[in-house]
Design a protein around this ligand. Structure first.
Ligand code: BES
Ligand code: MN
Ligand code: ZN
Length: 487
């Protein structure tokens, strides 16, 4: 889909679908009034009959019957002006795309409302047009509808370039999550990191099993032991000119390309979707793709710990004691609590980069979904300033993030008789004990953990979110980086 700015007046747009928006409790804009006048008042009459009040998600749509150059008109609600969030405008852009697809119209013109950020509407259009259909054969008699062009009536070039960069990175993350585990392997993730680095001024280091062995990364190696696929630790670096390698931000992603549970094998139903267990890695790669394009004035390291968790004669076992990269020992009680073990080695690696902040993203626990529902990610940190920073970044980005307690009261539950700690806590607060385990490996470095098990995927299409991988985290990470760079 091509985004294009346009100075055409609303009634001059000659493509398929002409979209215009209205806030709740407000009179029609001049653009809507002009469209309505060209239609002899049919838009206003239909809106009144359908009790359109401008609520978010509400819409009215009708054919122009040749009274306007456009084939069809769509009026969408944006809700109260004071309550408009980034998601509201992204949803409106996606809604226009959906309406065009439903009518098999391939061009959309969206009248950018007064005071609205055209970039967000454009992002919504690109996110709404996203499909994961490359493994499906098209029916030649009924090819899928496509929107090929999205004009923003009243927007400039710069906003649209940025929208294309940001939505492109989210859609990359979505595709990585959606790809099956026989395609999206650890080495495939490393190849994607290579594509992000090449052409941009990013450094790339990839560690395989031999390098991990040499460094004593006993955590990721143990989790990966039962798999045929080789593990990868991927490290992308953006260091702006004149900036030090130290003192930057490190973002770390869990990259389990398949989590069977290992010897503590999951029941079939719980295993069905476990190719999504690399969504943290996808968010990190997505954010680094934006970094590569927009070159923020702050050092950023992107780290992905990637492997498979499989049952085999070579698998790590419940009751094994692992010597981790940091030197701490971990008693394994359940091989399905593998994410924390992989991340522990990545966090120890991250800490040595001497950053001012480490943020990890992981589909870590089902317990986090029990606590917060599937639309919120859980935020864990000891540091009040870091909590504020992440909550503000998520709010400004339009992603749902809620803080949960990193309460040391639960720390005794991960103490082990046989080793320094164990990889399983008690029956309650599983998201918290997972986070407390990770905390053991960050030392004094300011750190936050985002448990994204819920929002990493969506079971149905809703607004600009499409069913499947959501790309959750890309926007929050990018906003965090932007905020750090503006300081
Ligand atoms: N990858 C899973 C967590 C998960 C569950 C992500 C559902 C997305 C949707 C993780 O590795 C896992 O298996 N966690 C266990 C931890 C338990 C063994 C302590 C869980 O949540 O049951
Ligand atoms: Mn698991
Ligand atoms: Zn997992």
């Amino acid at each position: 889909m091509k985004l294009a700015p346009s100075t055409a007046g609303p009634t001059a747009f000659a493509g398929g679908l002409l979209a215009v928006a209205r806030h709740a409790g407000e009179a029609p804009s001049a653009a809507e009034a002009a469209i309505d006048a060209a239609l002899d008042g049919a838009l206003g009459r239909t809106a009144a009959r359908l009790k359109f009040t401008g609520k978010p998600g509400q819409s009215v749509s009708l054919d122009t019957l040749g009274r306007l150059p456009a084939t069809r008109v769509l009026l969408v609600g944006l809700g109260d002006r004071a309550k408009v969030a980034p998601g509201t405008l992204r949803d409106a852009g996606a809604q226009a795309v959906d309406a065009a697809l439903g009518q098999r119209l391939d061009e959309v013109g969206f009248v950018v409302p007064e005071g609205a950020d055209a970039r967000l509407i454009a992002e919504g259009a690109l996110l709404g047009a996203y499909r994961f259909d490359q493994h499906k054969k098209a029916d030649p008699d009924d090819p899928p509808a496509r929107v090929t062009r999205f004009d923003l009536l009243g927007a400039g070039d710069a906003a649209l370039d940025r929208a294309a960069t940001i939505a492109g990175a989210i859609n990359l993350a979505r595709t990585l999550v959606n790809e099956p585990p026989n395609v999206c392997t650890p080495s495939r993730l490393a190849a994607v990191a290579g594509e992000i680095a090449s052409g941009a001024d990013l450094g790339l280091t990839v560690l395989g099993p031999d390098e991990m062995e040499a460094r004593g990364m006993g955590g990721i190696l143990a989790v990966s032991a039962g798999a045929e696929e080789a593990p990868r630790l991927i490290h992308l670096t953006w260091q702006p000119e004149g900036a030090a390698a130290e003192g930057g931000i490190v973002i770390v992603g869990k990259g389990l390309t398949f989590d069977s549970g290992g010897l503590s094998i999951k029941p079939a139903k719980s295993m069905e979707n476990m190719h999504i267990d690399m969504a943290g890695a996808a968010a990190v790669l997505g954010a680094m793709k934006i970094v590569a394009a927009l070159r923020p004035g702050v050092t950023v390291h992107g780290i992905v710990g990637s492997c498979e968790n499989m049952p085999d004669g070579k698998s790590y076992r419940p009751s094994d004691i692992l010597e981790m990269y940091s030197g701490k020992t971990v008693e394994v009680l359940n091989t399905d609590a593998e994410g924390r073990i992989v991340l522990a080695d990545c966090l120890h690696y991250a800490k040595q980069l001497q950053p001012k902040l480490i943020v990890d993203l992981a589909t870590l626990t089902g317990a986090c979904m029990v606590a917060l529902g599937e639309h919120y990610a859980g935020l864990f940190t000891d540091d009040e300033a870091v909590a504020e920073e992440l909550l503000a970044s998520a709010r400004e980005a339009g992603e749902r993030l809620w803080r949960l307690p990193l309460d040391p009261k639960l720390a005794p539950s991960i103490k082990s008789q046989r080793a320094d700690i164990k990889n399983l806590g008690g029956p309650y607060g599983g998201a918290i004990t997972g986070a407390l385990f990770l905390k053991e490996f960050v030392g004094d470095t300011p750190w936050a953990h985002l448990d994204i098990a819920g929002p990493a995927t969506a079971d149905k299409t809703d607004g600009h979110i499409r069913a499947g991988g959501t790309g959750y985290g890309v926007l929050t990470l990018w906003r965090l980086i932007e905020r750090a760079a503006s300081r």
